[in-house]
Design a protein around this ligand. Structure first.
Ligand code: ADP
Ligand code: X15
Length: 393
């Protein structure tokens, strides 16, 4: 990467404005998964060890420029404080008098977490006055928020133009791992794409067809492709206006010699619920009133073989409705295959990462990305604005 990194900056005695992605799942005012907070610790700890004042900034949820009490960052500050083993000064505002006072009272090696930056309408608008307020707080800027690197906001791009700006360690690692995987892949290179967001993922599929040896399709988005092959899919998820594109992709795969791998059998249900009646059917036999909610056992075995023979596997999106036990088997099987393969494994996407975490396989993967949308846009070949805005080496 040709961008400056944390190692290139002398941070001793400096105030460092550090954008992190602490957009973590919460329930009843408690952080339920602190993966993203832990992922930012190497950067924060490095800054503290080197004697910087660390000013952390993050969004949480989508408050759209208003103060939403449930989206305050206090529970995050508490968890961060536990993880760091030191006090984190949390302000109730994003900038202004309270923040300035807090900053005048802290010393080198202290941490301040300002309030949810999306409480200010200027954040998402990349507003000049908010950018200036951020720049006035600090001497240097670090972006370690890979999960938000696809957003051009005041705290992710605007302020980077105003201060010496570099990547944090998490950002650096994400870009390096995902970049290396895509630029110079070990082969056979297999991508497994699942989930439900057909529209979001269709461009990634197009881009991946230029890179991979095997493209495996699963999850809800498989059925638009199954339909494109001419099979009936009952009530399964369908993006009608993407059928033609799905046909184009299958043709492109054939032209390029990419193996395009689709489900052979599926678990169908007579209702979208945990209690639904279910059965396993061949792909060409999905009953009209049923919907396919998971890949079947023959498909799992086929995917397993391909994963086993791959040197590099990228996985984005669950294979079925894994939130219900009855339809979690396909996702579990693929997670197990990735956990067991000798090839290098990369997981991207919020739900895939959550599934791998929930099923207990996170530690067996080589890289679990902290970015969902960000990793997808990266894989599409886009330059992420949060990275572009940083200083070149
Ligand atoms: N066959 C299916 N039918 C309907 N929804 C599905 C199916 N398979 C997976 N899903 C749903 O896809 C969702 C995840 O999709 P998506 O957001 O695209 O994944 P990710 O966040 O990993 O990128 C999950 O909530 C899951 O229940
Ligand atoms: O959680 C995030 O995105 P993700 O669910 O795609 O990983 C990021 O924090 C970005 O949040 P946003 O999609 O509200 O800009």
């Amino acid at each position: 990467m040709n961008k400056k990194t944390l190692q290139d900056l002398d941070v001793n005695g400096k105030k460092v404005f550090c954008r992190v992605d602490f957009n973590v799942p919460m329930k009843n005012g408690e952080v339920t998964d602190d993966t993203r907070i832990r992922a930012a610790l190497p950067t924060i700890e490095h800054l503290l060890e080197k004697g910087a004042v660390v000013i952390l900034a993050s969004h949480l949820g989508r408050p759209k420029g208003e103060v939403i009490e449930e989206l305050r960052l206090d529970p995050v500050a508490e968890r961060l404080s536990d993880l760091l083993g030191k006090e984190v000064v949390k302000t109730d505002t994003v900038y202004g008098k309270e923040v300035n006072e807090a900053l005048s009272q802290v010393s080198n090696g202290d941490v301040v977490l300002i309030e949810n930056v999306r409480f200010d309408p200027g954040e998402e608008k990349n507003d000049p006055s908010l950018i200036q307020a951020f720049a006035d707080m600090a001497d240097l800027y670090i972006n370690d928020a890979f999960g938000t690197a696809h957003r051009a906001h005041a705290s992710t791009t605007g302020v980077a133009e105003k201060l010496p700006a570099a990547t944090g360690f998490l950002m650096e690692k994400e870009i390096e791992v995902l970049g290396k995987a895509l630029e110079n892949p070990d082969r056979p290179f297999t991508a497994i794409i699942g989930g439900a967001k057909v529209k979001d993922k269709i461009n990634v599929i197009d881009h991946l067809l230029d890179k991979v040896d095997n493209l495996i399709i699963g999850g809800g988005l498989a059925y638009t492709f199954v339909k494109a092959q001419g099979y009936e899919i009952g009530k399964s998820l369908l993006e009608e206006d993407k059928i033609e594109l799905a046909k184009d992709f299958m043709q492109k795969a054939q032209d390029k010699g990419v193996r395009f791998v689709m489900p052979e059998d599926v678990v169908v249900a007579d209702d979208f619920s945990e209690e639904a009646n279910t059965k396993i059917v061949d792909i060409e036999e999905i009953p009209a009133d049923w919907e396919a909610l998971d890949i079947g056992p023959a498909t799992r075995e086929k995917y397993n073989q391909i994963v086993k023979d791959s040197k590099l596997v990228i996985w984005n999106g669950p294979m079925g409705v894994f939130e219900y036990n009855a339809f979690a088997g396909g996702t579990r099987a693929v997670a197990e295959s990735l956990a067991g393969t000798e090839g290098y494994t990369v997981i991207g996407g919020g739900d895939s990462a959550a599934a791998v975490e929930k099923l207990g396989f996170a530690d067996d993967m080589d890289h679990v990305s902290t970015g969902g949308g960000a990793s997808l846009e990266f894989m599409e070949g886009k330059v992420l604005p949060g990275v572009k805005a940083l200083d070149d080496k």
